[in-house]
Design a protein around this ligand. Structure first.
Ligand code: DCP
Ligand code: CA
Length: 390
């Protein structure tokens, strides 16, 4: 077991509908149908609604006929994205190789992390429990020695499923309906059904040559799938950025408040600009001070809303300075902004956004000028005076 690859596929159950059910608890066991933004089709439906025949991609009019008592809600993609980031962010905190492949599914490479099946089961249950504790949502997980089999397995026992495939995996696969193979197009499925092919095992019996003669290169791929073969790796993304920080050691130690504030403003501009270039915003601001005697202190504060403007960051660090600094001579100042989210998501939560928007646009214009002409092309009065002195 140690030498084989161990790959899990995780897929959230009735994702959009389950989130909507959470936000309104009395909808929990109702037929809940999420309609896809103006297109007049069903994005997804709760399992209760599916029992009535409602499914993804169906016209809403048809869903209303099948489930007249159903609760119909419009899709709120920002909300689903927030849940998605929360779920996969959580997994990445304790699992090294996570490849997110859609808003609600990911592959996890567990190779080398597990000694036996008992440990594997415990880890998978931990993943499910953590997601449930953080979001109240359930998922289904399939585990196998490749991505293809793991994906088929996660879909096999929904909702809240857990399937771990072992050496019988291939036999199991060949007894399944061909529709279980991921990515099998409607036309291919219809053609095969016309040829009275219904089980995966029958594809193997037909042989590669026959499948290629029918479907060309897709036929060869289909044959490999029917054999349960897949060597593709789990591609972990680079670790997400957790913070932006900048510090500076002064040429001469200083206990001049005005000068320290000017330096902090300058640092806020540097960090703010990098934050905006990454299209991010952060909630927690940290001030770091190193005194002349090398004693170093840090102090953080976290705001309710996300910050991305230099002026907002500077206000926070100035407040922190007032709290911790009592006139000591300072040799180094640093600031950090953490607890990040995408700018797009932060805007959803920003009650002050209307007032801030104008300043944000102005700040972006300044960022563009700095990128073109250099850091010192535009500077706030106090920061300018300090830089000139340097
Ligand atoms: N989706 C959509 N339109 C579709 C299919 C899906 O908008 N035709 C959205 C809604 C789903 C989400 O993508 O909630 C994830 O798709 P899935 O196919 O994984 O379906 P669900 O998560 O809803 O259900 P399941 O429990 O079967 O995975
Ligand atoms: Ca899903």
């Amino acid at each position: 077991m140690k030498t084989e690859r161990i790959i899990a596929h995780l897929d959230m159950d009735a994702f959009f509908a389950a989130i909507e059910a959470k936000t309104s608890p009395h909808w929990q066991d109702q037929p809940l149908i999420v309609c896809g933004g103006g297109r007049g089709v069903v994005a997804t439906a709760s399992y209760t609604a599916r029992a009535l025949g409602v499914k993804s991609g169906q016209p809403v009019t048809e869903a209303k006929r099948l489930a007249p008592q159903g609760i119909f809600v419009e899709a709120d993609h920002q909300k689903y994205l927030w849940f998605s980031r929360r779920i996969f962010g959580l997994l990445k905190e304790f699992l090294p190789v996570v490849e997110v492949v859609s808003i609600d599914e990911a592959f996890i490479d567990l190779t080398g992390m597990i000694q036996n099946e008992e440990q594997l089961r415990a880890l998978i249950l931990k993943i499910k429990a953590q997601i449930r504790a953080a979001t109240g949502l359930t998922c289904s997980i399939g585990v196998a020695n490749n991505k293809l089999l793991a994906k088929i397995a996660s879909d096999y026992q929904k909702p809240d499923g857990l399937i771990i495939l072992d050496s019988n995996a291939i036999q199991w696969l060949q007894g399944l309906e061909i529709e279980k193979l991921p990515g099998l197009g409607g036309k291919t499925a219809a053609f095969l059904s016309e040829m009275s092919v219904s089980k995966v095992g029958e594809l193997v019996k037909l042989g590669e040559r026959q499948l290629v003669s029918w479907f060309g290169a897709n036929g060869a791929h289909l044959y490999q799938m029917a054999l349960g073969k897949d060597n593709s790796p789990v591609l972990a993304e680079a670790a997400p950025l957790k913070s932006f920080s900048q510090e500076i050691t002064l040429n001469d130690d200083s206990n001049n408040q005005e000068e320290l504030e000017a330096v902090l403003w300058w640092l806020s501009e540097l960090v703010g600009r990098r934050l905006r270039a990454a299209e991010m915003a952060g909630k927690t601001v940290t001030l770091k001070l190193r005194y002349a005697d090398f004693k170093t202190i840090t102090r953080s504060q976290t705001r309710m809303n996300y910050l991305s403007l230099d002026s907002e960051i500077a206000t926070e660090v100035r407040e922190l300075l007032q709290k911790v600094w009592h006139g000591e001579a300072v040799r180094l100042l640093g600031i950090k902004i953490s607890n990040l989210t995408s700018l797009e998501l932060s805007m959803q939560q920003l009650t002050l956004w209307d007032q801030a928007e104008e300043e944000y646009q102005l700040t972006k214009t300044i960022d563009a000028l700095k990128t073109k002409y250099g850091e010192e092309i535009l500077m706030r009065g106090s920061a300018f005076a300090w830089r000139k002195k340097k």
